[in-house]
Ligand binder design. Structure first.
Ligand code: ZN
Length: 95
């Protein structure tokens, strides 16, 4: 690969849309106005870990394969109100 190839493939950085005014986009619980603590609860999670047995009988972990089968819920950390409608925004603001 030549030098020019690598310089041309400059990726555009994806910037968070609300970087300039974060206060307008904050998630606030409509029940208790909590805007600090939130809970994410995943249903039906299967944790699978693959192991390889070595020739001496010991095991090496090869990979983790975790699956969320159920729904991912989003709750207020204060009063427990269901805030799943805000979960998408929460993911967008998660860094
Ligand atoms: Zn609340």
């Amino acid at each position: 690969m030549s030098y020019s190839d690598t310089t041309e493939i400059k990726r555009k950085k994806i910037r968070p849309k609300v970087a300039t005014s974060p206060s307008t986009q904050r998630i606030t619980c409509p029940e208790c106005t909590n805007n600090k603590e939130f809970l994410e609860v995943s249903d039906g999670v299967i944790l699978t870990t693959r192991f390889i047995q070595n020739t001496d009988g010991s095991f090496s972990q090869e990979l983790d394969d975790s699956q969320v089968l159920g729904q991912v819920k989003f709750y207020c950390g204060d009063c427990g109100a269901d805030l799943t409608v805000f979960h998408k925004r929460f993911l967008e603001m998660l860094f």
